[in-house]
Design a protein around this ligand. Structure first.
Ligand SMILES: *Cc1c(COP(=O)(O)O)cnc(C)c1O
Length: 403
């Protein structure tokens, strides 16, 4: 018994100390990480679906793994801490996280989204939630006045703004603090999809947002080997409702995938340091290439969102989009690369390039795509952690080949 108390005291002290650590250290030391029974330094994978109960009907910490699981719990507590919230929830994909979040609303409610919202978010709103009576409206989030007007005209029906910053694939920056404040003025929630930035670069809850969510498939997992979603909130009542939705609808993340994410998150800081430094250098280099008409990267001083970006995020991130000049064959550039893989998705250790017009945004009708500023000459590069010189040489070779 005394031994047990000593262990408990040690864990408490460790936890208190953990809270005073820098973010880089907190990535490595998750709350409740390790295992008191054997001293594991990594979180054990608890595959169990059920838990033996000491007596009938006596409440215990875990009773069935859909409702809670110790491996998943470490990850859920960790995303809450990293985002500066109080509660986190892990789902089987980013879309499951978005679906659970949208399930907070009721028929007759409205959600406001920008015209360049993530395609899957648009799809689930248009082809799924609309059928349940949840309405949505599209406005340009760079135009705060337009957002205010939509909120005013909805007379309280709009219950949430759901947005990303920077956006995909043109990396437009929106003002998270200003939009959150505006949402609150009209009694709506600010929901931020923080996939592109991660809590390492940007923490929306600290900027006033109410819900932050992730496709953890991208930077948090970081190795293109797990599909997952996370949600974090700082409000107890919201947390309770989200937990109910997670438990009731069941889109949970498995113990093994939860483990993979805790493993990926440990290197988030070092991966992003490398990738963002390379992205900044590549963006500057791309601007000088005769085959490149325009570079979209919020880390560049002349990017229209640069000033907001540096107040709300640590740097410009690790995604760079660029438009080729008229004579250059974008598809040939995309297929002439030898190091960078032509693939959808982003945020992995390996660099990935995509041609939005034929890949991520192929289902958007061409006129609408043009209206959104996504030309056939646009490429989006997710900078990985290879040596920057190899990435530059790869791009140089492909640009030369396609000219
Ligand atoms: C990939 C992505 C999603 C969807 O996540 P999945 O894990 O693929 O379900 C949502 N939002 C953004 C910004 C994404 O990039």
């Amino acid at each position: 018994m005394r031994e047990q108390n000593k262990q408990k005291e040690q864990r408490k002290q460790k936890e208190q100390n953990r809270q005073s650590l820098h973010l880089d250290s907190q990535l490595i030391h998750a709350p409740g990480d390790g295992d008191p029974a054997f001293g594991d330094v990594v979180v054990p994978i608890h595959l169990t679906t059920t838990y033996e109960q000491p007596a009938c009907g006596q409440p215990i910490r875990y009773d069935y793994s859909r409702g809670g699981n110790p491996t998943r719990q470490v990850l859920e507590d960790q995303i809450a801490v990293l985002e500066g919230g109080s509660h986190g929830y892990a789902f089987g994909s980013g879309m499951a996280a978005i679906t659970a979040t949208l399930s907070l609303f009721s028929p007759g409610d409205g959600v406001l989204v920008p015209n360049n919202v993530y395609g899957g978010t648009y799809r689930v709103l248009e082809r799924y939630f609309k059928g349940f009576g949840l309405d949505y409206q599209i406005v340009d989030f760079a135009d705060i006045e337009a957002v205010a007007r939509a909120l005013r005209q909805s007379r309280g029906a709009i219950k949430a703004l759901l947005f990303e910053s920077p956006t995909n694939p043109l990396l437009t920056v929106v003002d998270i603090a200003a939009l959150s404040e505006l949402a609150h003025e009209y009694g709506a929630l600010a929901v931020v999809d923080n996939t592109f930035m991660t809590p390492y670069l940007q923490r929306p809850l600290e900027l006033g947002a109410d819900v932050v969510l992730h496709s953890a498939t991208k930077y948090l997992g970081g190795h293109s080997d797990v599909i997952a979603g996370l949600v974090a909130v700082g409000d107890k009542a919201l947390a309770k409702r989200l937990h109910f939705i997670q438990y009731a609808t069941g889109g949970i993340l498995s113990p093994f995938d939860s483990y993979l994410l805790t493993r990926g998150i440990k290197t988030l800081g070092v991966r992003l340091e490398r990738a963002c430094t390379s992205a900044q250098a590549l963006a500057a280099w791309l601007e000088e290439q005769p085959q490149v008409a325009r570079v979209f990267y919020p880390g560049l001083a002349h990017h229209p969102g640069h000033d907001i970006q540096i107040t709300q995020a640590r740097n410009g991130g690790a995604l760079v989009s660029f438009e080729l000049t008229a004579g250059v064959d974008a598809r040939m550039v995309a297929t002439s690369l030898r190091v960078i893989a032509l693939a959808e998705s982003l945020g992995a250790v390996e660099s990935l390039l995509c041609h939005p017009a034929t890949m991520t945004h192929a289902s958007v009708p061409a006129p609408l795509r043009a209206q959104m500023g996504i030309s056939d000459q646009l490429l989006r590069l997710s900078v990985g952690i290879e040596h920057a010189a190899d990435l530059r040489a790869d791009l140089a070779g492909a640009l030369a080949h396609a000219t």
